[in-house]
Design a protein around this ligand. Structure first.
Ligand SMILES: C[S@@+](CC[C@H](N)C(=O)[O-])C[C@H]1O[C@@H](n2cnc3c(N)ncnc32)[C@H](O)[C@@H]1O
Length: 352
């Protein structure tokens, strides 16, 4: 592994002219830093150590090498030194904004094309109707800090809880169906990441469960993030239970049930913090039913601020994959489009 002593970089600030500065920079690691490096680079700062992504360092050094004046080079050099020594975070997450260029896997665009499901560790992806782990992963890293609390009122197979365990966030998941609760518990136990976080699935109806009491068991009064992945009305029937949102008899009833879950949970979201709802539309009697937009309105009507509408691709389900050609024919003949996207609506609870 390569090492870089921060004092070497600081000393470069005294270089008088740009040509020698560039020559010295090229000589860091005997010129090796300019080639792609595997693994992390060890940064030594007055005895302390930390590690930095080589691509990031390479990018910063190349930027200095492209400058034409000594003043500009010093400016970039100072910025690099600052990024290696000072941590700048917001009150929403643990991302070090002084090294924002290192987070190239965090999506900041509103169009999410995710080709491959994360199937690592306990993420098996075999619960019909689950979401890809990348969804909670992205939101937990952007909207929570380590040790904070997350609520998932439609916990399903436990995808959010597994991600919380990995990222050292705490989570309470609520799930209506006994067997699904058992499945989630099994999945969570399979996740071998060492973690001090508390992740707990509770059986219950999210519209009625005593959330205050559940939070009380953990000695907390509020959560810092809520992630909701309700049934997309009746596209998948999750159970025969009356209070299962997938058994709503009409869109109006579905929205009423979803609204009841909002009323029972959002009051426990800390002010100024975020809620994300993952939902798709459906087709019924030859008509596109914009469930996503209806659900968005339900949340907005409760005073939350819409921060983003994210459009995410999804894979054709296994069943439909075999009938791909048939669906294409039907679409061409019937004048409709095949669902290939779903929505993630992101909201913020007002600070006051
Ligand atoms: C779309 S799935 C969520 C999947 C989950 N994100 C995952 O990755 O496994 C919706 C879940 O909500 C549950 N559900 C439906 N109505 C509910 C209610 N009233 N309270 C709690 N859970 C409910 C269903 O049993 C189902 O597991």
């Amino acid at each position: 592994m390569n090492e870089l002593n921060l004092n070497t970089l600081i000393a470069l600030l005294d270089t008088e002219d740009i040509t020698s500065l560039k020559a010295k920079l090229k000589n860091l690691f005997g010129g090796e830093v300019l080639k792609k490096q595997n693994g992390k680079i060890k940064i030594i700062t007055n005895g302390d150590l930390h590690f930095v992504n080589p691509d990031y360092l390479l990018g910063e050094i190349n930027q200095i090498l492209e400058t034409r004046t000594i003043e500009r080079s010093r400016y970039y050099l100072k910025r690099l030194i600052k990024s290696l020594t000072e941590i700048k975070t917001s009150n929403l997450n643990d991302l070090n904004l002084n090294r924002w260029k290192e987070y190239d896997d965090i999506i900041t665009d509103s169009l999410w094309i995710v080709d491959k499901r994360d199937k690592s560790g306990a993420h098996k992806g075999d619960y019909w109707g689950n979401f890809i782990p990348q969804i909670p992963n992205q939101f937990l890293r952007r909207y929570t800090k380590k040790g904070e609390w997350v609520l998932d009122p439609f916990a399903g197979s436990g995808t959010t809880l597994i991600e919380c365990k990995r990222l050292e966030r705490n989570c309470i998941g609520i799930e209506l169906n006994d067997e699904v609760v058992r499945l989630a518990k099994k999945n969570i136990a399979k996740e071998k990441t060492k973690s001090n976080s508390v992740v707990r699935v509770v059986k219950g109806n999210s519209a009625e469960i005593d959330v205050k009491a559940e939070l009380g068991k953990e000695n907390i009064k509020s959560v810092q993030f809520i992630l909701m992945h309700p049934p997309y009305w009746d596209i998948i029937k999750f159970s025969k239970k009356k209070n299962d949102l997938s058994n709503a008899k009409s869109v109006a009833e579905f929205l009423k049930m979803f609204g009841a879950v909002l009323d029972n949970t959002v009051k426990f979201l800390e002010k100024g913090r975020y809620l994300a709802v993952v939902i798709g539309d459906k087709y019924s009697d030859g008509e596109w039913v914009p469930l996503g937009f209806y659900v968005m309105e339900e949340v907005k009507n409760r005073g939350l601020k819409l921060k983003s509408t994210i459009v995410k691709n999804f894979d054709t389900t296994k069943g439909k994959m075999n009938q791909k050609e048939l669906w294409r024919y039907r679409a061409l003949a019937g004048g409709f489009y095949i669902f290939k996207h779903e929505y993630i609506f992101l909201f913020q609870k007002p600070a006051k």
